[in-house]
Design a protein around this ligand. Structure first.
Ligand code: AMP
Ligand code: MG
Length: 565
């Protein structure tokens, strides 16, 4: 596995040399990438006896490499969760070469003249005892989001790693041909093929063409030129014979150069082993389309790099602020035991990580106490630096649930929905607040008030916030991918509300997607999302669903198989 990408170690650095062709580089890197964590551990000086204690089989299993009999690769590694590094430095404007484009925003509804929320100054005895907000279906709630989230704005972005995750706001045409010159696909000899295709014979080596910029001397029939992979063909050459199909006949007088080479191939056609100009990508052709996302897999950004695109028009990515609320909430890492009533802040970390996983810039807004003034000021400050605020807590029916009153009464915002028929996540709230931007223009900022219970907060993030972020970033279709899966066991149903049941879907050896519950689904139990890669869309009902029944799943994470390919 390591033999093609020449590898070595110098001091404590593992050195890998990949072939120059993009395809070769990718294939070779793919072949070794799972072994690299292990190689690095060893290069860093970890005791190899300890490292190898579990045996090759275990190392291969840990690294996710199938051991194939007879082809013993000694390729081991460790699954380091931090190896899938995202570049979170990208995204929003500041110093990234983003020029703000024109604002193309949806009309913002005027602040609600008749707030439905409680007037907090009236106290608990005069609050609403039933939520005044109509209960929307999940589909209607998603429709409200589509209608009220600002349209994507465009900017100019440099083509560099931070482009990954962004979406193109225009088609990109190749400015150049790839390859830009007729290039050899193999190491061998450039030739001029005679009419009958028979190249057998001994030929003088008249020139050498290396993969380097420069001039190539013309070639005539009866002459050959030594050529390396990727080197330009001498003008006049019509084919390249692989070095494997040749024999060295005579040397120059100093014995340093090839003078004559015998060619063994007798049936050569024109164009063999030649990449013609523009045969990979034609100049002027569209290489990427408006709306395409630059993935981290490498194909899109590689394409842009290969045609010399230095800047592209993209959609500006939203910056997201995350705020926890509640007098009882303490930082997760506060030392010491909890006092009665205290709760460690689970949502801030969980939501920040979920946003970062999507590639958006995140701002930590901390924890706000349950006081109207505090919440109002925190939100006002936040809106000066973020496009979207996600709060958790403070949206239930308690007298200290201040988010809705603050949005409606203090910030002049509009609550588009404040209740959704679903389990978990009933009090999920979506609002827009008009905020003056630097140019003095009123633009809508988005706020999601997610329920305080951690499982509810994460489920509603994926179900409602993600589509909004996608829409703002120009990703279409927005939101989680939906696909039918089979239930791996019986599931009970909620009598009155559709449920978003956290589950682990795996692919079985027949290629079927099979769902297993993560266990107790109580909304306070963040563990119901541990290991979960999807939300099963279970309808409400009394009967329950049997093993093998088909339901839709919304995918939050990667689907793994029970076996290794
Ligand atoms: P609330 O919507 O504010 O009434 O909160 C509902 C429940 O979620 C309460 O038990 C809160 O203590 C809990 N909760 C709220 N915010 C958080 C948080 N950031 N981390 C963990 N639990 C929370
Ligand atoms: Mg609270």
């Amino acid at each position: 596995m390591m033999s093609r990408p020449v590898a070595g170690v110098r001091n404590k650095t593992v050195i890998v040399t990949l072939p120059g062709s993009p395809k070769g580089a990718k294939e070779n890197l793919q072949a070794i990438i799972k072994t690299l964590p292990h190689a690095c551990l060893q290069a860093a000086g970890m005791d190899s006896r300890t490292l190898h204690a579990g045996g090759v089989k275990k190392l291969e299993a840990d690294a996710g490499i199938a051991s194939s009999a007879g082809n013993h690769t000694h390729a081991h590694g460790h699954d380091h969760s931090h190896t899938h590094g995202h570049d979170h430095s990208h995204g929003h404007g500041h110093g990234h070469g983003h020029g703000h484009g024109h604002r193309n925003l949806v009309r913002h509804t005027a602040p609600s003249a008749n707030p439905m929320s409680n007037d907090p100054s009236l106290g608990p005895s005069r609050r609403n005892r039933e939520s005044p907000y109509p209960m929307l279906s999940v589909d209607d709630a998603l429709q409200k989001i589509r209608e009220n989230v600002p349209c994507p704005q465009t900017c100019t972005s440099k083509v560099r790693i931070s482009l990954c995750g962004q979406v193109l706001a225009e088609d990109v045409a190749a400015q150049e041909n790839v390859p830009a010159f007729r290039a050899s696909i193999v190491d061998g000899y450039a030739v001029v093929v005679p009419k009958d295709g028979n190249m057998k014979g001994v030929f003088p080596v008249v020139s050498v063409s290396h993969a380097a910029p420069g001039e190539a001397k013309p070639l005539k029939e009866g002459e050959i030129a030594r050529i390396t992979t990727g080197a330009p063909l001498p003008p006049g050459a019509t084919s390249v014979i692989m070095v494997e199909d040749t024999v060295l006949k005579t040397l120059t007088e100093d014995g340093k150069e090839e003078k004559e080479v015998e060619i063994l191939a007798d049936n050569v056609s024109e164009g063999e082993n030649i990449r013609e100009v523009g045969s990979d990508i034609k100049a002027g052709s569209i290489v990427l389309r408006k709306g395409e996302q630059i993935s981290a897999v490498g194909g899109e950004i590689g394409m842009l790099a290969s045609v010399g695109a230095a800047e592209v028009k993209t959609y500006l990515q939203p910056t997201v602020g995350i705020l926890s609320t509640g007098d009882e909430i303490v930082p997760h890492d506060r030392p010491g035991d909890l006092r009665l009533g205290e709760v460690r802040d689970t949502n801030r970390l969980a939501l920040m990580s979920a946003v970062m996983e999507q590639g958006y810039d995140v701002i930590d807004l901390g924890i706000a106490a349950d006081k109207s003034g505090t919440l109002e000021q925190t939100l006002r400050d936040a809106f000066s630096s973020v496009d979207v605020v996600i709060t958790s807590g403070g949206v239930s029916m308690g007298e200290l649930d201040l988010l809705k009153p603050t949005i409606e009464r203090a910030l002049g915002g509009t609550i588009h929905f404040g209740r959704v028929a679903m389990k978990p996540g009933k009090p999920t709230t979506f609002a827009t607040v008009p905020v003056k931007d630097s140019a003095g223009e009123r633009v809508p900022k988005v706020i999601f008030g997610l329920p305080g219970n951690p499982a509810s907060a994460l489920v509603t993030f994926h179900l409602f916030v993600l589509p909004a972020l996608h829409q703002m970033a120009g990703i279409e279709p927005a939101g989680l991918t939906k696909a039918p899966v089979l239930l791996g066991h019986d599931f009970s149903l909620d009598k009155s509300r559709p449920e978003y049941h956290r589950a682990i879907v795996t692919v079985n050896s027949d290629g079927q997607l099979v769902a297993t519950s993560t266990g107790v689904q109580r909304s306070s139990r963040v563990g119901s999302l541990k290991g979960a890669n999807c939300l099963l869309c279970l309808p409400s009902g009394t009967e329950g669903l049997k093993k093998g029944a088909k339901v839709d799943a919304l995918f939050m994470g990667q689907v793994r198989s029970e076996f290794r390919l």
